[in-house]
Ligand binder design. Structure first.
Ligand code: SAH
Length: 481
């Protein structure tokens, strides 16, 4: 026997047994267990049992197995494709095994691995779908444990669903173009309306839904998903975002979306960076809109990945308008916006009972005008303010808010690279905020949160904002994660 730990010594296969003879020799419990297992297949069971115990006799009667009520003889194996020796008599099991092998029929002897050509798996049966679990004898208990887990995982309706899939396979191959359209069709089939109808026990509705899907899939339909990629950490992606990434033909992404998130897409998907990072050459918004429209017209499944939430300072409004005008179907998948990620990193309650009951998401870029924007008034009345893209306008934000009446002592917290392992956290007051503009060491995206609720944050892992001003960029990073 091979000692290579990573190699299987018994290779699982699925053997065709429909209408074929399978012989089980034995009178008792073990024979019954094999009969039950094989009874899940459409094989013709021949049970050689000279003196069957009552349970086995009942089972044979109920399941229509052929009963051979004679002492075992090699002739009983004639024409069989599989043989089971379950006599609980070592010498007899050995003889059965020898006879089967002599006749070229694979044999299994219960609890005698040396007499076995094959082993029987623990089985999760959702015919035609089957999950067979084998341990090469290492542990029937282990196999049953895994079986139970998988059994819970797989809906009983998977069987009928797979049957329906089988019956539609030819039609799908004729009607739906191979490649991404067909992949999508089956994906929808197994997760969408047909699956739900089967789950609800309505086979007719399922077939109708499947046919509808098929005609729909036959036409080439582009689709754009505006997907929030979250603040950067891969595991802050939603499950829906992940699924769409796995189905995408093309992934169009901004510079703020980390490589690791883009890499989660389908391996063969085309990946198109569209920049949008300060100072780097990037496509204009009009060019991005046109690109999405062109891809949609081309029938592509597109994931437009945007950092954070796509509807928060993501210019999604313009992209949606372009897609609507071009009548290209699209959907929006929310993501964890940077303010939420920063608040989580600071353990900062954005609303705090008795202190702050509203949250403002702003850019600070609208502070340049002569009139005070509405959000400044909200800040003064106690709202928690999250400032996006606020680094270069930090001084304006601070001076305008102070001039408007917000105390210079109001608490401020800043997170660079929220949610990522290289994140850095700072805290201070509104009076310290202008120092942010001088900090050339902050190269990642920065979120600023202002308000009395900041006092509720856990500032143990954050450093003072103001004294940082003069410290060199070689400071160790705040990598507690
Ligand atoms: N749609 C995005 C925001 C895009 S605007 C969202 O919902 O989060 C870009 C700004 O978002 C950056 O200038 C920065 O202020 C903020 N930002 C994005 N990712 C960030 C991160 N990981 N940490 C801190 N701020 C972040």
């Amino acid at each position: 026997m091979s000692k290579n730990a990573t190699k299987l010594n018994a290779f699982p296969i699925f053997m065709r047994v429909a209408g074929e003879a399978v012989v089980i020799v034995g009178d008792g419990e073990e024979a019954l267990a094999k009969a039950r297992l094989l009874g899940q297949s459409s094989a013709t069971l021949r049970i050689v049992a000279p003196a069957p115990e009552p349970d086995l006799r009942d089972w044979m009667r109920e399941h229509g197995a052929t009963h051979v009520a004679e002492a075992y003889d090699a002739a009983h194996l004639a024409g069989a494709v599989l043989v089971f020796a379950a006599t609980a008599d070592e010498a007899l099991d050995r003889k059965i095994s020898d006879d089967a092998r002599a006749a070229g029929i694979p044999v299994n002897a219960v609890d005698r691995p040396e007499l076995c050509d094959f082993f029987t798996p623990a089985l999760v049966n959702r015919a035609p779908l089957a999950v067979a679990i084998g341990t090469e004898g290492a542990g029937p208990v282990l196999a049953q444990m895994v079986r139970a887990r998988i059994d819970r995982l797989l809906s009983p309706s998977l069987g009928p669903l797979a049957q329906l899939a089988n019956s539609l396979r030819d039609a799908a191959e004729r009607v739906v173009p191979r490649g991404s359209a067909r992949r999508r069709f089956w994906n929808e089939f197994f997760t969408g309306a047909p699956a739900r109808a089967i789950e609800a026990g309505d086979a007719l509705a399922a077939r109708r839904a499947a046919t509808q899907l098929m005609t729909h899939a036959a036409a080439v339909h582009g689709h754009i998903a505006l997907v929030g990629a979250g603040p950067g950490a891969e595991d802050l992606l939603t499950l829906r975002a992940q699924r769409l990434l796995m189905e995408a033909d093309v992934i169009v992404f901004d510079a703020l979306v980390p490589e690791a998130v883009v890499a989660m897409g389908r391996r063969d998907a085309e990946r198109l960076p569209v920049g949008k990072r300060k100072g780097c050459h990037s496509k204009s918004q009009a060019e991005i809109n046109a690109l999405l429209v062109a891809l949609g017209r081309d029938g592509k499944r597109v994931v437009r990945l945007k950092s954070g939430d796509p509807l928060v300072f993501g210019r999604a409004g313009e992209e949606m308008a372009a897609l609507r005008d071009a009548r290209i179907p699209y959907e929006v998948v929310p993501g964890v916006t940077a303010a939420f990620a920063a608040a989580a990193d600071l353990e900062l309650p954005l609303t705090l009972r008795g202190v702050s009951s509203s949250i403002v998401f702003t850019t600070g870029h609208d502070l340049k005008g002569a009139t005070l924007p509405d959000w400044a008034k909200l800040a003064i009345s106690g709202a928690t303010v999250a400032v996006y893209m606020g680094r270069s306008v930090a001084a304006d934000v601070a001076s305008r808010l102070i001039a408007a009446g917000l105390s210079p002592d109001t608490a401020v917290a800043v997170v660079e690279n929220a949610s990522l392992t290289g994140r850095r956290r700072f805290h201070g007051t509104l009076a310290d905020l202008p120092s942010l503009e001088d900090r050339t060491d902050l190269t990642g995206p920065v979120m600023t949160i202002i308000g009395d609720a900041v006092a509720g944050a856990n500032l143990e892992r954050s450093r003072p904002l103001a004294t940082q001003r003069l410290v060199a960029a070689s400071e160790p990073q705040d990598t507690d994660a």
